[in-house]
Design a protein around this ligand. Sequence first.
Ligand code: HEM
Length: 88
Amino acid sequence: ADVAAGEQVFNANCAACHAGGQNVIMPEKTLEKEALEQYLAGGRNEKAVINQVTNGKNAMPAFGGRLGDDEIANVAAYVISSSEAGWE
Ligand code: HEM
């Protein structure tokens, strides 16, 4: 997966709710390392992010019909990479 391409997908589709790895709707469910480990179904890994982005969850919309599989894989790689880096 292409992390740099994933950053572009993130800025265009996710940052409205998740700027800086935060969550404006459910503040505890951030994209930080510890929150992903605690809350993300399937654990903190790219496949789990792909599943949630594809299918959505509660107030988070599903992107399966709006983004391609490659775009979803790239944004998942960006989320995991950024969680490791602490979202700078
Ligand atoms: C949760 C990624 C777009 C709202 C999450 C989580 C991830 C994620 C990985 C799990 C975080 C955790 O449990 O700690 C993404 C990505 C997006 C995206 C990669 C773009 C492709 C959005 C948008 C919104 C949104 C646009 C708001 C309209 C939420 C909400 C949750 C969440 C409300 C908590 C869901 C729950 O557990 O009830 N997101 N998100 N997300 N996201 Fe997104």
